[in-house]
Each structure stands twice: as structure tokens, then as C-alpha cells.
Write a protein that binds this ligand. Structure first.
Ligand SMILES: *Cc1c(COP(=O)(O)O)cnc(C)c1O
Length: 235
């Protein structure tokens, strides 16, 4: 299968899952995680209709975003203080903010560029030690920190589910969606209105995520890897 076939199949199934769960079939943004491929593959993906790409290294993000500035670039990787300027220069949406001391740096970098940096807060819902992110009960105070900065706008939450078990993944995604709802209740209406993104679901578990309310899925191998075997039409 070509990228186009895989991408079309993911989009079609995504719409079907949305409809089956009473959601708007266009409610989900498919981010093609391009961290393992080069510009030729990304250009082919653009030709096939993909316009949102995810990168997890600031230098690769910069290189690819500079080459293809018309596309929308998402930063989904680990954040280091000294790379924040580079990330802000190139990312439309940062999915992986969780350290309070990074917020002022994002604000300063965004302010210098005359932009507001849109971010998601990464939450470690499952509590696995190998995963980074805020504990669910730390998110409210992180939101308070972010609200002190005019050039950082929190658009929602992001998580990564434990791999290999669809039930655990579903449970993790349901908890993130629930947490977002609870947090919205305490927000000013203007803030709550733009706090509406849930970035959850990857190649192996994006269907469960869409069923639980994901608005953004981050899919790498199932789009770009020729040997990703999972049949897209069977689940
Ligand atoms: C690599 C990566 C993805 C995509 O993973 P696949 O399993 O290849 O779909 C999604 N999110 C994050 C944070 C990643 O690092």
C-alpha cells in the first residue's frame, strides 16, 4: 500500500468511528508523525492530502518545517530548556509541555516572535514510570501557571497510553477525556472555549482514542511504515 492508500483508509475509518460514537466525522485531526522519514516521504504525504506533521526532535522539526513552511508542524517530543526557542520558531502546536519552569521560556520565546504559542499539557494518566507528563492531580496547578503568561495558550491535554492492551488504552483515554471535562468546569468561559483538544492515540490504539473523544491522533508507523501489518479495515 502507498501512503495515500493508508492515509485514506485511516481517514475513512476515523470518520466511521466518529459517526458510530455520535461525533462530528470531521472532529479529528490526523497528525502524520514523520519523525522516521525524510523530506521526500513527507512531500509525497503532502501530495496525498496530509498537512499536519509531527516531529519529536527540535532540530528535525526546524529542518523539515523550514523546507515545508506551508504545512502545519506539531512538536510531540521531549522538551529541553535550551531548545525551546527553536521549538517555538517552528511549531504550531506543542503537545508535550509539562514542566512548570518551561512555561516562562515558552512565553518569552513566543513574545519575541510576536506569536502566542499554543500548547497541550502532557499527562501521565497511566502512572507508568517510563512515561513523562503531569500526574492528573497536578494539571490544575499547571494551568494556573500557564494562565499567568499572555503568549502561551493551553488548548487541551495530551497522553500516551500503555502499549499492547486495547482495554488499558481505552481506559487511559477515557480518563484523559474525563479530566479535561473536570478542568473545564473551573475555567473562565473564554478559557474553557479554547480548551478543547485531546491529543491521544497512536498507530496501535488510535481507534480506541477516537472512540473516547480524541480530537488529534498522532500516527507514525501505520501511515509511513510499509511493514506495519495491522489491517486497517479490521478491528
Ligand atoms: C513516535 C510517536 C508517535 C507515533 O507513534 P506510532 O506508534 O509510530 O504511531 C506518537 N506520539 C508520540 C509522542 C511519538 O513520539
Amino acid at each position: 500500500m502507498s501512503f495515500r492508500e493508508r492515509y485514506d483508509a485511516v481517514k475513512a475509518e476515523c470518520e466511521a468511528i466518529c459517526l458510530a460514537h455520535g461525533r462530528d466525522p470531521h472532529a479529528v485531526c490526523v497528525v502524520a508523525v514523520s519523525k522516521t522519514v525524510g523530506l521526500p516521504e513527507i512531500e509525497a504525504a503532502v501530495a496525498a492530502g496530509a498537512h499536519n506533521f509531527g516531529e519529536n526532535r527540535p532540530d528535525m522539526l526546524a529542518q523539515k518545517a523550514c523546507a515545508l513552511p506551508e504545512q502545519t508542524w506539531h512538536f510531540i517530543g521531549n522538551i529541553q530548556s535550551r531548545k525551546i526557542e527553536e521549538i517555538v520558531c517552528n511549531a504550531s502546536l506543542v503537545h508535550s509541555l509539562y514542566q512548570p519552569h518551561h512555561v516562562a521560556k515558552f512565553d518569552a520565546a513566543a513574545s519575541a516572535l510576536g506569536k502566542v504559542q499554543e500548547v497541550l499539557l502532557e499527562v501521565n494518566v497511566s502512572g507508568e514510570e517510563s512515561k513523562s507528563g503531569l500526574a492528573p492531580d497536578e494539571v490544575a496547578s499547571m494551568l494556573d501557571v500557564c494562565s499567568q503568561y499572555a503568549h502561551v495558550r493551553v488548548r487541551g491535554l495530551m497522553t500516551m497510553a500503555p502499549q499492547g492492551n486495547a482495554d488499558e488504552a481505552r481506559n487511559c483515554f477515557a480518563k484523559l477525556a474525563q479530566l479535561a471535562e473536570e478542568l473545564k468546569v473551573g475555567m473562565e468561559p473564554a478559557k474553557a472555549e479554547c480548551f478543547n483538544e485531546l491529543s491521544m492515540g497512536m498507530s496501535e490504539d488510535w481507534r480506541e482514542a477516537v472512540a473516547q473523544g480524541a480530537t488529534i491522533v498522532r500516527i507514525g508507523r501505520a501511515l509511513f511504515a510499509e511493514d506495519f501489518n495491522e489491517p486497517l479495515d479490521i478491528h
